[in-house]
Design a protein around this ligand. Structure first.
Ligand code: SAM
Length: 263
């Protein structure tokens, strides 16, 4: 089975959790990462090459919160890509309900081996997922699938300041050493062969209202179902710890949308 490395809540040891459990938990909430429909629409506002035959990939789409928003606000074809069949199944159900089957397709695939031809795509979208391959590597590798003049729009956790309190610095360096400041991320985008078109910080409600608010209830149900399962308990403890850190240190980091145009 696939395993996912995550820090235990005592911050000392690293445990491996059964990824199936994590998928089950995250499939019960609205989003699998910070974001909102308003922010997806705002980021789309910087993209000016789309038409009814455009090909769009939403990479690491999860259960497809933003995929549906993309579909409702563009007229092209969208492939929602995620590694986990459970998430893609939920996306496909939503697509059916919204009668978008003609334009949106869920595909189980890895962002490390995308099922596209070179220069196939007009737009690559990825909210809160490029960290899985790494920001710089993802920007470079995915660029091969974009047409010249095509766009990339990704959201990524970033530092707001040059210096940070040790507790939050240590937490993120362990969870995602690729975290960096906004100017450094923009420089990486330029270096990967894009013109950096725009970047903006996601408002706090993308974390509080859309990502964190549904979690306490989801955690209760999850813990009840997996009563006595140490991995489930530790996973929930980690989620709570991460939320508490966000509230304490949100002046120092957050999610940022980066939009670039391939040259
Ligand atoms: N875009 C969604 C959102 O904002 O709600 C999901 C973001 S979630 C933090 C990260 C997503 O990346 C998960 O759905 C996870 O399954 C997916 N993922 C992780 N590794 C992946 C890989 N190698 N290839 C494709 N998707 C992957």
């Amino acid at each position: 089975t696939l395993k996912f490395k995550i820090m235990s809540n005592d911050n000392k040891s690293i445990h491996e959790f059964d990824f199936n459990l994590i998928c089950e938990y995250f499939s019960s909430v609205e989003r699998q990462g910070p974001g909102s429909p308003e922010v997806t629409i705002k980021a789309l506002g910087f993209i000016d090459n789309l038409h009814s035959n455009s090909k769009i990939a939403d990479i690491g789409c999860g259960t497809g919160g933003q995929t549906i928003v993309l579909a409702e606000n563009t007229s092209g074809y969208i492939a929602g890509i995620d590694l986990f069949p459970l998430f893609i199944n939920l996306l496909s159900e939503n697509v059916k309900q919204k009668r978008l089957e003609g334009r949106v397709k869920g595909v189980v695939a890895s962002m490390e081996e995308l099922p596209f031809e070179p220069e196939d795509l007009d737009l690559i979208w990825s909210e809160g997922a490029i960290y899985n391959i790494g920001f710089e590597r993802g920007l470079k590798e995915w660029s091969n699938f974009l047409k010249k003049g095509g766009y990339i729009a990704v959201s990524e956790v970033s530092w707001y300041t040059e210096k940070r309190p040790k507790e939050i610095e240590d937490f993120w360096m362990d969870a995602y050493p690729g975290i960096d400041t906004i100017p450094n991320k923009i420089a990486q985008m330029q270096h990967a062969g894009y013109v950096p078109v725009a970047s903006f910080i996601l408002p706090e409600n993308c974390w509080t209202e859309h990502f964190y608010a549904p979690q306490p209830e989801a955690e209760k149900i999850f813990l009840k179902k997996h009563a006595g399962n140490r991995l489930a308990e530790e996973f929930v403890a980690n989620q709570r710890h991460e939320r508490q850190l966000y509230h304490q240190y949100k002046d120092y980091y957050g999610y940022v949308f980066y939009i670039g145009k391939k040259i």
